[in-house]
Write a protein that binds this ligand. Structure first.
Ligand code: ADP
Length: 358
């Protein structure tokens, strides 16, 4: 039985019992007093008259009446006291909620005890913290997006202005450079759309039993031509025949993202290896490249949105720094976890592990 429930039950039982006990005691004392008086006077005066009996009856009715009044007054006083004790924290919480609705997210309610009202107070404080966090995220996100948009827009503007004013001839090379900036913006918008989707509270996977090897193979074949064009060797090793419950489309996004990153950051002549391994209740997929690697200091931030290990290098390579954030969210949505190991100049391995059944 939780605190508040018990307190209200005990208070009701206490009020009812208290009123009954006091009423009974008062009534017994009153009756006893009047009866003793009656007997004494009847003895002294040696009389038994109906008028005298009526007088006793009136006295008894009066004592019942005053007992009832006393009981009611007592019940009102105790009930008001209990009601105040229960409602005052609720009134304070209402005031805090109203202040929060007006944007004062630092408002907190004071929590005492460990009953349901204390739980409600804790939930309200937790809600305020979450709202503050979301507000902070919204501000950071807006600032990050603005920052990402600023460079391509500024480049486009200066190129266009130079061509319009006749300072620059619109050569194919210059038009191509403008086109690249527009492409960068298009990718950024696409990545942002995907990120918003996977971060939405309504985001749900469409899980179905699939052959993992076949899905990975499909994505390897899709990107193979790009690898060949750059001269990077791509190998695939799958010794397990795993059937698992995944969202094929989202799972494909994870593989495609890791494969395209590996290609982007691996120089010509180097190699990328994909491997599927089976554990008793999970399976893991690793994508290892012998590319440029990531500095140890950068590794803790690599899954953060808009994070690029080497800002100038990756802006040129066209990445928005959102890909790995989406990858991590999708792995976690599948009930798994992703790990990274990297050494500058030696290469990088991304490995994610998912449960076979969900
Ligand atoms: P982007 O779109 O910039 O590739 P990601 O979120 O996919 O964004 O990656 C974030 C950053 O992590 C990249 O900009 C790059 O610096 C680093 N990175 C990701 N994968 C690799 C890799 N295989 N090798 C080296 N660096 C990588």
């Amino acid at each position: 039985m939780k605190g508040l429930y018990a307190r209200i039950a005990i208070a009701c039982i206490g009020i009812a019992s208290g009123v009954l006990i006091i009423s009974a005691v008062t009534f017994i004392i009153g009756t006893h007093y009047h009866l003793t008086m009656y007997q004494q006077q009847a003895q002294d005066m040696n009389i038994t008259s109906p008028a005298f009996d009526t007088h006793l009856e009136q006295a008894l009715v009066q004592s019942v009446f005053w007992t009832a009044i006393l009981g009611i007054v007592l019940a009102i006083v105790i009930s008001l006291f209990v009601a105040k004790r229960i409602t005052s924290p609720l009134i304070e919480m209402k005031a805090v909620a109203e202040r929060m609705a007006k944007g004062e997210l630092t408002s907190r309610t004071e929590v005492t005890g460990r009953d349901e009202i204390a739980d409600l107070g804790n939930s309200l404080n937790y809600l305020a913290e979450q709202l503050m966090l979301q507000e902070q995220l919204r501000k950071t996100m807006t600032a990050d997006v603005a920052h990402e948009l600023r460079t391509p827009i500024a480049t486009l503007k200066s190129h266009m202005a130079a061509m319009i004013e006749g300072v620059w001839d619109p050569t194919p090379r210059r038009l191509e450079s403008c086109y690249e900036e527009i492409e960068r913006l298009r990718f950024l918008v696409g990545d942002l759309e995907q990120l918003t989707e996977v971060e939405s509270p309504n985001f749900k996977l469409k899980l179905k039993e699939e052959n993992i090897g076949a899905v990975v193979q499909h994505h390897i074949e899709a990107i193979q031509a790009a690898y060949e064009r750059k001269g990077v060797r791509l190998s695939f090793r799958n010794e397990a025949n795993i059937q698992a419950s995944i969202d094929k489309l989202r799972f494909g996004q994870i593989i495609a993202n890791l494969l395209s990153n590996a290609l982007k950051f691996t120089p010509q002549g180097e190699k990328v290896a994909v491997e599927i391994k089976e554990q008793s209740e999970t399976f893991s997929i690793s994508v290892s490249d012998s590319g440029i690697g990531i500095d140890e200091k950068e590794l803790p931030f690599i899954f953060e949105r808009f994070y690029r290990a080497d800002k100038s290098r990756d802006r040129k390579s066209g990445g928005s720094g959102i890909g790995l954030t989406i990858v991590k969210k999708l792995v976690e949505a599948h009930g798994g976890a992703i790990d990274i190991q990297s050494r500058v100049g030696e290469g990088t391995t991304f490995e994610f592990r998912l449960p076979k059944t969900r």
